[in-house]
Design a protein around this ligand. Sequence first.
Ligand code: MF3
Ligand code: CO
Length: 261
Amino acid sequence: MDKLRIKSKVEIEKMKRSGKAAATVLKRIGEAIAPGVSTADLERISRETIAEVNATSSFLGYQLPDHDPYPATICTSINDVVIHGIPNKRDVLRDGDIIGIDSAVSIDGYHGDNAYTFPVGDISPSAERLLKVTRDSLYDAIAEAKPRNRIGDISSKLQDGAESQGFSVLQSFAGHGIGRSLHEAPEIPCLGVAGRGLRLRPGMVLAIETMVNIGLSDVEMAADGWTITTLDGSLSALFEHTVAVLSDGPEILTGSSLWEV
Ligand code: MF3
Ligand code: CO
């Protein structure tokens, strides 16, 4: 992870462009999600949209320590897959599934990162509740991304929002600062204590993300070295926005009509 860098007004303007582009990719994919569609089909839509908005994928070829380079432009995480599912022809969506899509792109050297979990057709009431609780907790957390607050104020909202409904948050992955690098300091865990941690300052840009399981928080990695699934097989959801900390409060850079209720 690269070091924390405070962004100027000009840089934040640039990040609005990459944020909007990343949001457009998610929206287009959301419009295509339906029973019978494969995750390879969604990858194709992602590549077409990235080209159309003149952006570059932040994920394709991305190298985590001790991993093979990531082979796609989106992560497609179905049902008990928490994060980093790799698109492929065999994963065909079925009525009742939920699918988390994670998309990050860069424009003019700055990244935007966002994720959204979509229902496929009719989903169960418990899946419905998981999506609502996870998404609401992200918005409650984003509201804390203002000067003088601390990272723990964000993290505790993510944790409390999920746990108050009997769900659990992931402990082994976290949100992150973002800018010229996809991953910059600080780390933003999905769990924490209000009033603790690094103090927020205007010009910080944060990719705030949360991953919530209906069951236990334990996860395992598949043999492909990427795909993370829940150990108990329970459903998992993720939502993520890129957010600028401005002097008058948070501004979501990856907002789009997709997120409107
Ligand atoms: N949004 C996730 C993250 O910030 C996705 C990473 S996928 C990878 O960690 F391909 F880039 F590794
Ligand atoms: Co991210």
